[in-house]
Design a protein around this ligand. Structure first.
Ligand SMILES: Cc1cc2nc3c(=O)[nH]c(=O)nc-3n(C[C@H](O)[C@H](O)[C@H](O)COP(=O)(O)OP(=O)(O)OC[C@H]3O[C@@H](n4cnc5c(N)ncnc54)[C@H](O)[C@@H]3O)c2cc1C
Ligand code: SF4
Length: 348
């Protein structure tokens, strides 16, 4: 499958990138690591006249800690000691491998490093970025195919057609959001920075995904995701990520769950849950925070029954359809089982 022809534009600053986006709005795609965009362009899912390559924008790389009382952010490796007192800033172009290997993030935000370490394979994590993972297109068996395949089997409403093969008769696309780090970021109450012609704004990540397979993110074509922020209050939560995939060494999730849990510590080493946040991915058109979990678990010791109850919430929140390789019934059951196991692992 050949790449369609396009003109590659390489800005060196965010301002330049925004100006280029505004100039070619509607006919340009953003390229970060390219690990998802380039295969999609080969499949002729996107055929833009221009591609905006962000990789020359150095200011968008790196993990920094904004310490209270200090104006300038420190690189995470310089701020390794002690509990964080202020937020962490991750540039959108930071490779997933840098997040996975950041000792600062491993210590304070382990749910994120666990999730990042499961994306694809080591080579892809060296190229793929956190911004690209957040902005990842939704996936479906009827969509992520070559042009010849889609022509033969029939186009669908996500691209060029007028029906949905998965839910015929409906007008909604149910393609599954299949990024691994967004559920972890949701558990950490992360925010993202978005840059456009009118300047920058911050948005809680939980407001970024509207839950539609076609318009899967609230990002106008002339805007960029530039940074991710992790609040200090989310540091120190225990973190677990569990993922179902066909090939353990390199694959998108087919159902996955992130858990961030805070416990009290008492003299005998047994504390209660103070707060628990759980999010699932790959079973809905958006990564989704489970509702009511903290209320259910706060102040309690977790046992099998409680963990099973949380698994039940996850299974009821998941709406898997025939968008992916394994059956919806299996994926729903696995999200129940994985959630239960992840809750017990975070507790223990
Ligand atoms: C074999 C294989 C296996 C994979 N397995 C997984 C997996 O297990 N889990 C997983 O999560 N992903 C997986 N991926 C997908 C991909 O590698 C990752 O999601 C990666 O993080 C994407 O980042 P990128 O920088 O390469 O994004 P790109 O491919 O450059 O971009 C992805 C999308 O985001 C947009 N975009 C990128 N950056 C920005 C930005 N800053 N602002 C606005 N829009 C932006 C692009 O326009 C494009 O639409 C896999 C890919 C392959 C090829
Ligand atoms: S869910 Fe339906 S509309 Fe969406 S990509 Fe799949 S077949 Fe197409």
């Amino acid at each position: 499958m050949s790449l369609p022809e396009f003109r590659l534009l390489r800005p060196h600053t965010v301002d330049e990138a925004i100006a280029v986006l505004a100039q070619h709005a509607g006919n340009i795609r953003v390229l970060a690591g390219g690990t998802d965009l380039i295969p999609s362009m080969r499949q002729k899912l996107f055929e833009p006249e221009y591609v905006l390559d962000l990789r020359g924008i150095a200011e968008l790389r790196g993990v920094r800690v904004r310490d209270l009382g200090r104006g300038t952010p420190l690189l995470a490796k310089e701020a390794r000691n002690g509990a964080p007192t202020s937020e962490v800033e991750i540039g959108a172009l930071t490779p997933l491998s840098a997040i996975e290997r950041s000792s600062y993030l491993c210590e304070h935000y382990p749910v994120l490093t666990e999730a990042a370490a499961t994306v694809a394979s080591p080579v892809i994590r060296n190229m793929g970025t956190i911004g690209g993972n957040i902005c990842l297109d939704t996936r479906c068996l009827w969509y992520n195919q070559s042009l010849a395949w889609r022509k033969g089997c029939g186009f669908c409403i996500k691209k060029d057609g007028d029906l949905c093969h998965v839910a015929p008769g409906g007008s909604k696309c149910w393609a599954a959001f299949s990024g691994d780090t967004p559920p972890a970021l949701l558990c950490l109450n992360a925010e993202i920075e978005i840059a456009g012609v009118n300047g920058t704004r911050r948005m809680p990540l939980r407001e970024f995904y509207p839950g539609d397979g076609i318009n899967y993110r609230k990002l106008p074509a002339n805007e960029l995701v530039t940074r991710v922020f992790l609040p200090a209050e989310s540091a120190g939560y225990r973190g677990i990520y569990r993922k179902l995939r066909v090939r353990g060494s390199i694959d998108y999730p087919l159902a996955a769950v992130a858990v961030a849990m805070k416990r009290t510590s008492s003299g005998n080493g047994v504390g209660q849950v103070v707060e628990a946040r759980i999010a699932i991915t790959a079973v809905n058109p958006a990564p989704t925070l489970l509702m009511g979990v903290s209320e259910l678990l706060a102040g309690k010791n977790i046992d099998e029954t409680l963990a099973e109850a949380v698994g039940g919430i996850a299974a009821r929140t998941a709406k898997p359809l025939t968008t992916s390789a394994l059956t919806p019934e299996y994926r729903r059951e696995m999200i129940r089982v994985f959630t239960k196991r992840a809750v017990l692992a975070a507790w223990n």
